[in-house]
Each structure stands twice: as structure tokens, then as C-alpha cells.
Design a protein around this ligand. Sequence first.
Ligand code: C5P
Length: 305
Amino acid sequence: MTAPSLVYVAAPAKINLYLGVGPLRPDGYHELATVFQALDFVDELVATPQQSGVRLVLGQDSPKLPVGPGNLAVRAARSLKKRRSVKAGVRLLLDKHIPVAGGMAGGSADAAAALVACNLLWDLQCPQSELMEIAAELGSDVPFSLHGGTALGSSRGEVLTPVLTTGTFTWVVAESPSRLSTPDVYARYDQLNADRDIPSPAVPTALLAGLRRGDVADVGACIHNDLQQAAISMRPELDLLLEAGRDYGALGAMVSGSGPTCVFLAENEEHGAEVAVALSMTGLCSGARIATGPAHGVRVLQVTE
Ligand code: C5P
């Protein structure tokens, strides 16, 4: 079999339906108890061969972001190349739709997409378990971007257990014109909690039961993010946006991950469309759109011989 001349993949955004943050560990990470859900909006990546090296190019409509060696997709391709002593290079064309530095693991999605695409392009036949191992080295959220669906995340977020979920959830995703750095938000969380003992985090069983039954109201009542207060202290306007979403009847409203993107759980698609339009008109966000979850992890959309 000849190696492909093109591989086209899509990788999903994620939200944390619950993000419990424990104490800071000696390795600089926080112990987490989280529930991830993949959403159906995706970054798209097309991998094609080049003689050597790893080159990342942004699609026409993609927002500006660094494409050098620090980019997580480039790091992913390079670590696979090094681990498997690959001589060939790769050109990665990235069409970015997930907010950049928005708290939805867009960079992790790109890394997961690069791993899957390069594995096929270079015909390495790495098993999923090996890709998951490399993913965990690249970042705490990268394994989930590969995995998709709904999953419990423990340790620093890289240890995953699938969660049984029925039905489909409609989320309104409100983007912010600004960006927030994840390490800065965690550092602010530590500052805000400096004078108390942070307990070990645990996911409420009511949330898992709600997901199992596909009960939107119960899930909406249980969603929670321990980083929200830290994100709001850095971007106070987010509090107003969350309040506006609740006023429009969202069953749950929270900052996504380390923010500043905010997510709102709607009763159904029609309600979601109403909330999205209403939030777009508040002037408190740069735009709002509907997404549904759970969605697949990285998917291969095309392989050309
Ligand atoms: O793993 P990742 O590179 O995505 O993490 C980025 C930063 O977020 C870490 O350097 C750390 O500051 C913070 N973080 C954390 N605890 C976690 C995950 C991330 O403190 N469980």
C-alpha cells in the first residue's frame, strides 16, 4: 500500500461540564475532577507530504496565531516524527474555527488532529494507545480531544473514563473579543484560594445521573467551573454575560474552562437559537453560536492515495 498524498481530519472543541480544581501539585499542575464534553464545532486540518520538516499554514479565514515550533500542532507532528524516526516532512493546513485561547481546548484539538493525520500520512500505524500517550505529553486536554464524547477526566485531566450519556445537548457558545492565558487563570485561582485548604475535587453524582438520563434541566443545574471566579476577576464583564444568558432562560451558564468563552445550556435547538441571537445583541460578546454535544473525537474525513 502506498502512503497517502493527503489526509483531511477534523477535531472538536471541548467544554468542561464540571471543572473541580484541587490543590497545586509539586509538578506545577492542579489535581482535577472534570467532565469533558466534545462539541460539534471543529478545527479542520489537511496534511500533505513535503520533503522534510513540519510546516504549519493557516487557512484564509483563520484568526492570526503563531505557527512556529511553539504551536501545539507543530509540536505534535514533531514529537511523532522524532519518536518514530520519520524522515519525511509534512505540511499542515489549518482551518481554525474554535476560539483561540478561549477555554475550549482549540490548541489541543489541533495537536490531536496533527497526531491522527501524520500517523496516516506517514503510514506509521501507531495504535490509539500510543497516540494517547503522546497526546498526554503534549498537554492535559489533548487526550480528550482525541477521545471525544463525554468523559470523566482525572489527575491533571489526561486520565479519561467514558461517561454514559443519552440524548443531545444544545449549547450556546458566546465568544469574547479578548483571550485569556490558561496558566494565568490557574495562578489567579491559587491567589484567590491562598488562605484556605483546597479539598480534593469530586464530580457530583447528580451530574452523571443527569447525563445518563439525558435530563437537560438536571445537567443545567449541576454544571460548575471552579476557575470561573478567577476568570471573572480578570474579565469582570463575563459576569454580566452569564447573567444575561440566565435572563434569557439558559438552564445553566458558565465560563468554559479557563475562559473567556462562556457556554449556556439551552432547552432545545429552538431555544438555543433564541439565546444565541439575544446574547449577540447584548454587546457583551463578539458573537454567539449554537453547538451540540456530545460529538466525536478526531475524525478522518478524507484520505487520498
Ligand atoms: O497541560 P497544559 O499544557 O494544557 O497546561 C497549561 C497550563 O495550565 C499548565 O502549565 C498549568 O499552569 C495549568 N494547568 C494546571 N493544572 C492542570 C492543567 C493545566 O495548573 N490540571
